[in-house]
Design a binder for this molecule. Structure first.
Ligand code: C2E
Ligand code: MG
Ligand code: MG
Length: 561
């Protein structure tokens, strides 16, 4: 090799080294120019690199191949370098020459080999960065993960500050039901299509990542908020290629609008804001959006305080049973009552809506329910011993009990201990939404029924109603929620009235006893009578009463109608 050629080779090699090891952006154009010149110098026809995640991937031919130079005549291998990196990835570099190319001197082979090693080690570094990116910033299904989210915020905070951005956390609603309806595989397709749809709304200046299951975290510019919230309010998402088969997907969303000068101490700071907000959204009505506010944190503290105080309050017997009569609308006679819990603390009566949702976040509610059942049984036993007229009393049981395999025994133990005949008891359960609960619910209701304890579907029509729930489980009573009852002043709104009549008719068809909750006016009593629903519970007759008041009603069990 001539001296001049040698000098040029070393100059090019130095440039190549520099181009490939510089910490800035990789200058691909410069790299190609250098490579091409070295190849010309040595009459190399083609240069190729292959990358495999592991030797196994290599064996199965599952990798990538890059060709950076090819003059169309490379048919004979000149040198081939294969390296296995510390992370077990395989990189192979190959240089080709023309078939009729005269043989290379050992010196020239060593030189092109050196060049090839520089390139191979560069490719392995660079490709590994991509793999690391994929492994570190995406989950196994290809969704960006929490680390991606944090990195996005770090970059934006550095670039322009976070003012002008909104972060949200949301859970898709009823996804267990959707999976049950269309199968889990198609459910996955729905989630993926949902993700792409929201990503396209959010655009380049934002990110959406999946935390697992139906839980997502996103950040985007404020001007996108309206479109994002509108989409999450509920849109049909396709799960087949033709786009014909679709399910409606909506979410409960916690929103945090980043204020001026906002700089989070850590990525976790944003989570501390959007999570409580989305939790609050979950416990509210359908399809809700809750904006984070400092007041919310105060509320959260209150809830935690309540959870802390619960065991002592239970021990101190601060919980009382109030009874709300159930009245026959044809005769005005008391035919039953619902036991409702009141927490009396420092002479303030705390209604259940203020503490039950909190107790339902863990299993505290179960303890309270058993306590209530015990109190009710004691009252019934006392009334019986006193020779009073006794009516059937219904007790609410939270859905949280459904997974307890010993629930039935536990209920029966309390009832037996108090020696209460089963016919005086009714258990109210609300509608259910998940697979597991449905199965458990069936078992529990069947078991109670066998024991002669009545069961009722509470709040029918309020949640995600499923007629299967009514048909497949042997209930005794259907409690129609007050939302089915037309409100006076709406001139007994026609559609609601028609629906109400249908629900009553359906209950009768299925052989269920039927009662309507929240009856407040005599006009509504008239509608009940007219539709064939004979039992009412509501302020029109009485609010939930302390036990002494209720006993007076039991002694004079007739309302004026
Ligand atoms: P629920 O079981 O559907 O009880 C009926 C609720 O409607 C009661 O509210 C009752 O006071 C209210 N109500 C009755 N008549 C009327 C009316 O005419 N108009 C209106 N606007 N409301 C009426 P309360 O006592 O605040 O209870 C709320 C919910 O708390 C209950 O709904 C039940 O789900 C839950 N709850 C109460 N006590 C217990 C308990 O011991 N255990 C469990 N797990 N849940 C309970
Ligand atoms: Mg109830
Ligand atoms: Mg109810």
């Amino acid at each position: 090799m001539s001296d001049q050629k040698t000098i040029e080779y070393y100059q090019l090699l130095e440039k190549l080294n520099w181009a490939l090891s510089s910490t800035g952006e990789f200058d691909r154009q410069a790299y190609i120019v250098i490579l091409r010149r070295i190849c010309e110098l040595f009459h190399i026809a083609k240069g190729e690199t292959e990358f495999y995640r592991s030797p196994n991937h290599e064996k199965n031919g599952e990798g990538e191949c890059f060709c950076d130079f090819d003059n169309g005549h490379g048919d004979k291998i000149l040198v081939r370098r294969r390296i296995v990196t510390k992370t077990n990835a395989v990189v192979i570099g190959t240089l080709y020459v023309r078939e009729d190319e005269p043989p290379f001197s050992q010196e020239d082979i060593d030189r092109v080999d050196l060049m090839l090693r520089v390139i191979v080690s560069f490719v392995s570094r660079r490709r590994l960065q991509n793999v690391v990116e994929m492994l570190g910033y995406y989950d196994e299904n290809g969704y960006p993960n929490l680390r991606s989210f944090k990195r996005f915020l770090d970059i934006k905070a550095e670039e322009r500050g976070l003012y002008g951005y909104t972060a949200i956390h949301y859970n898709l609603r009823h996804f267990t039901l959707i999976n049950r309806e269309i199968t889990r595989e198609k459910g996955d397709v729905v989630i993926w299509n949902h993700f792409n749809r929201i990503k396209s709304i959010i655009g380049e200046e934002g990110i959406v990542c999946r935390l697992g299951g139906d839980s997502f975290l996103a950040a985007f510019l404020n001007e996108k908020t309206e479109a994002v919230l509108q989409m999450l309010g509920g849109v049909p998402i396709a799960y087949d290629d033709s786009g014909e088969k679709r399910v409606s997907v909506s979410a409960c969303i916690g929103v945090f609008v980043m204020p001026e000068g906002y700089s989070p101490n850590s990525g976790g700071d944003i989570m501390d804001k959007v999570f409580p907000a989305s939790q609050a959204a979950k416990y509210q009505e359908q399809g809700t959006v809750v904006y984070y506010s400092d007041e919310m944190l105060v509320q959260k503290d209150r809830l935690m305080c309540l959870q802390r105080e619960f065991p002592r309050a239970l021990e101190n017997q601060e919980f009382y049973v109030y009874y709300q009569p159930k009245v026959n609308v044809d005769t005005g006679e008391i035919v039953g009552a619902e036991a409702l819990c009141r927490w009396i603390r420092d002479e303030r009566v705390i209604p259940p809506m203020e503490f039950i949702p909190t107790l339902e976040r863990n299993t505290d509610i179960c303890q309270l329910d058993f306590y209530m059942l015990d109190m009710v049984c004691r009252d019934i036993k006392r009334w019986l011993d006193q020779g009073r007229r006794v009516v059937r009393i219904s007790v609410n049981l939270s859905r949280k009990h459904m997974v307890d395999p010993d629930l039935l025994e536990h209920i029966l133990r309390i009832v037996e201990q108090n020696k209460v005949p089963h016919k005086y008891l009714e258990i109210e359960l609300t509608e259910t939404t998940t697979d597991v609960e449905f199965k458990d619910l069936k078992r529990v209701v069947g078991g109670l029924q066998k024991e002669g304890i009545y069961t009722s579907v509470d709040d029918f029509g309020m949640g995600y109603s499923s007629l299967n729930l009514i048909r497949e489980i042997p209930w005794n009573v259907l409690k129609i929620d007050k939302s089915f009852l037309p409100v006076d002043g709406d001139n007994l709104d026609e559609t609601t009235e028609v629906m109400f009549r249908h629900v009553v008719a359906m209950a009768k068809d299925l052989g269920l006893e039927c009662i309507t909750e929240g009856v407040e006016t005599s006009k509504q009593v008239g509608l009940l009578r007219d539709s064939g629903c004979h039992i009412a519970q509501g302020y029109h007759f009485d609010k939930p009463l302390p036990v002494e008041e209720f006993e007076k009603r039991l002694d004079h069990p007739q309302y004026r109608i």
